[in-house]
Design a protein around this ligand. Structure first.
Ligand SMILES: Cc1ncc(C[n+]2csc(CCOP(=O)(O)OP(=O)(O)O)c2C)c(N)n1
Ligand SMILES: [Mg+2]
Length: 329
């Protein structure tokens, strides 16, 4: 945790609290899904909390993010409201997309969350568009575009990185390298050991960071984001992490080795932080307090979302067709 020494204890504690919120949120979502209360599909990022918390914790007012199909953590860490997110997951009218979009369509522009996205790789294309907008308006902010190592093989990933370099856009491409793309292990679909190495092909910096260490993620993104805001152009950060659950909730994960399914490596960014907390000036009581606050916030959000009624079936097609009001058919 050498990178952490310059961070104030309060800031480190905030990163820990965010990780605990993401954990509690996704555990609640998984339970709701398994109990049959939560319609639609969910992809959770349990085990990857340090990526979202560390990256978004390094951002400032006016910075923007684009996210993926596995975006609960990103949205929460950037400031989306957990109640409205859960309402969306539960298909309630108070959800971010009036309950019509579900887990993969959460956006909160006021918080700088330009949207989760079910189309793999599009977070990078949308991210450079947002970065170009900041540049044209002369706004000294940056964009973090989250994506997975699976997305790194899509055409749009390479187009986006090329264009970001050509136009010197203020963007941080943040790869959550979680060992799998759907059911495919990293080695079967990425031709190089590190996605970060691909930045060299476009002439900008690419670094690998320990994605289990929230302080290391925070330090790497703080540096890249500062460069982006100052007109220094794009960067690529690859955070090596591990997806505890399946690709989608309910995935039997038979493609994972048994030892990995049991998590014999003991990968857990929250426990990892707790082990190093004393060196950050934090005692166990403060961690416990932060965890309790996080869990209470999510419990309150869940209680609120759970108390809402489903919209009437007759409202199903409202807001779906733009031409509806004109009776265009
Ligand atoms: C353009 C496109 N191709 C394929 C899919 C199907 N798909 C959904 S998630 C996924 C794998 C993504 O892997 P990765 O980028 O590593 O993200 P992770 O799921 O590991 O977070 C695929 C192929 C899709 N949604 N969009
Ligand atoms: Mg992946």
């Amino acid at each position: 945790m050498a990178a952490s020494s310059s961070v104030a204890p309060e800031r480190a504690l905030a990163l820990y609290r965010t990780m605990c919120e993401i954990r509690a949120f996704e555990q609640a979502a998984v339970k709701g899904y398994r109990d049959g209360h939560l319609p639609g599909f969910i992809h959770v990022s349990l085990g990857q909390e340090a990526c979202a918390a560390g990256a978004c914790g390094a951002l400032v007012e006016g910075d923007l993010i684009t996210s993926t199909h596995r975006g609960h953590g990103h949205c929460l860490a950037k400031g989306a409201d957990p109640g409205r997110m859960l309402a969306e997951l539960y298909a309630r009218a108070d959800g971010y997309a009036k309950g019509r979009g579900g887990s993969m369509h959460i956006a909160d522009v006021a918080a700088g969350v330009l949207g989760a996205n079910g189309i793999v790789g599009q977070s990078m294309g949308l991210g450079i568009g947002a970065a170009l907008s900041l540049q044209v308006r002369g706004q000294p902010n940056c964009v973090v575009a989250f994506f997975g190592e699976g997305a790194s093989g899509t055409g749009i990933a390479h187009e986006a990185m090329n264009m970001a370099a050509l136009w010197n856009l203020g963007i941080v491409f943040f790869c959550e390298s979680n060992r799998y793309a759907e059911l495919s292990p990293y080695d079967t679909h990425v031709s190089v050991p590190d996605v970060a190495g691909r930045a060299a092909a476009y002439g900008f910096t690419g670094v690998v960071v320990d994605g289990e260490d929230v302080m290391a993620v925070h330090a790497a993104v703080a540096e890249a984001a500062a460069r982006a805001r100052a007109g220094g152009g794009p960067s690529l950060i690859e955070a090596k992490t591990y997806r505890w659950h399946g690709h989608y909730e309910g995935d039997p994960q038979t493609y994972k080795p048994e030892a990995e399914r049991r998590n014999d490596e003991g990968l857990d960014p929250i426990a990892r932080f707790a082990r190093g907390a004393a060196a950050l000036g934090l005692d166990p009581a403060r961690l416990e307090g932060a965890r309790e606050e996080a869990e209470a916030r999510i419990a309150a959000a869940l209680a609120w979302a759970g108390s809402l009624q489903s919209p009437p079936a007759a409202a199903l097609t409202e807001d779906v067709y733009a031409g509806q009001a004109h009776g265009a058919g």
